[in-house]
Design a protein around this ligand. Structure first.
Ligand code: FUB
Length: 345
């Protein structure tokens, strides 16, 4: 696994990595290669870029729709002085044994900063194998983080994304169907035997809640986030190249709210635009076309006036559960639409 046996991979390695023989041309080299990383949530704190990714590891579990082979056990925070600079691995920031409520599977995290404290939000299965979202704090953006003893009350499913609005309020978005269990939650109530939506049924919607002042609880009941087509209708499960699956991310651009997400089984990162953090958001198109590997998960961040997308693929391992994160520049058209990135071009 330790291909370069280093914690820092210079971007100069781009091109050399073609020796791994992937079928799709990379638009960025992997940012680190001594560990497998995925689901990169990038933030600018104190003028530097901090990336909060999943830390993928080998697993004996067979691949299935429940995602059991994504059996991650800790988090490493990565940092970069700029998107073009070297990437530093700051070591283990939080480990599964440090979180009393967790049973297994530390999945895609996110982070936020408020009043001198960094907050790490992370989904994991509890001892009853139900995904919940936990929070951990640190005075340092790279940790170590100390987890709360219980998951956030009322939280469920996966892929938290924490967004700070212009008035200083923080909102958490979350949800993911299939392995992420979102389809088992109806009106915020768990139904263990609920099935995936069928063709013809309304697609499941991501969730939002405003965070309370202490950043460790929801200050309101969890609500659905509506993603509408150009006619103002909710997507059906049939629209699986456009409907929400997992990997929510929210950013603002020129006063508009951009909600981007993965379509899962069709592997797109799509986006929709709205006028409020709660939505509704209207579908606009594809940000990132399918990458190598089954999953597609990203974050979008502004750094010194330019925009970047952090994402992952499976260039190094060619295995869906052993991913590597990358970064590429993201560009807007004058009307605010995002120029689609296709790694095959
Ligand atoms: O990393 C585990 C899961 O894979 C994430 O939670 C999903 O978004 C997908 O990338």
């Amino acid at each position: 696994m330790n291909i370069f046996k280093t914690t820092v991979v210079p971007l100069l390695l781009f091109g050399v990595l073609d020796i791994f023989g992937q079928s799709k041309k990379p638009i960025s080299p992997p940012l680190v290669s001594h560990i497998f990383t995925a689901d990169p949530s990038a933030h600018v704190f104190n003028g530097k870029i901090y990336i909060y990714p999943s830390h993928d590891i080998e697993s004996p579990t067979a691949q299935n729709d429940d995602g059991g082979l994504f059996d991650m056990k800790d988090y490493h925070i990565l940092s970069m002085d700029s998107p073009q600079s070297q990437t530093k691995d700051n070591g283990v920031a939080l480990a599964i044994n440090d979180v009393p409520w967790v049973g297994r599977q530390l999945w895609a995290p996110d982070a936020a900063f408020k009043n001198g404290t960094y907050y790490l939000y992370f989904p994991a299965k509890d001892k009853e194998d139900i995904f919940r979202i936990g929070v951990a704090t640190s005075k340092n953006p790279v940790g170590p983080f100390k987890a709360e003893k219980e998951p956030i009350k009322g939280s469920y499913s996966i892929d938290p994304c924490v967004f700070k609005d212009k008035d200083g309020s923080f909102y958490i978005y979350f949800g993911g169907i299939w392995g992420g269990q979102l389809h088992r939650w109806n009106k915020n109530t768990y139904q263990a035997n609920a099935k995936y939506p069928k063709k013809g049924e309304q697609a499941r919607l991501p969730r939002i809640a405003k965070l309370s002042a202490d950043m460790k609880s929801f200050s309101e009941e969890v609500k659905e986030v509506k993603i509408l087509d150009e006619n103002g209708n909710l997507f059906l499960e049939d629209n699986n190249d456009k409907r929400f699956f997992e990997a929510a991310w929210v950013h603002t651009y020129k006063g508009k709210y951009y909600f981007s997400y993965s379509t899962g089984d069709t592997h797109n990162i799509c986006y929709a635009i709205g006028d409020s953090p709660y939505g509704p958001f209207t579908y606009k198109g594809i940000v990132l076309k399918p990458v190598s590997g089954w999953t597609n998960h990203h974050s979008i961040v502004e750094f010194k006036g330019k925009w970047y997308i952090y994402y992952h693929d499976t260039l190094i391992s060619n295995k869906t559960h052993l991913r590597n994160i990358k970064v590429a520049e993201l560009n807007y058209n004058p009307d605010g639409s995002i120029q689609t990135i296709d790694v095959k071009e």
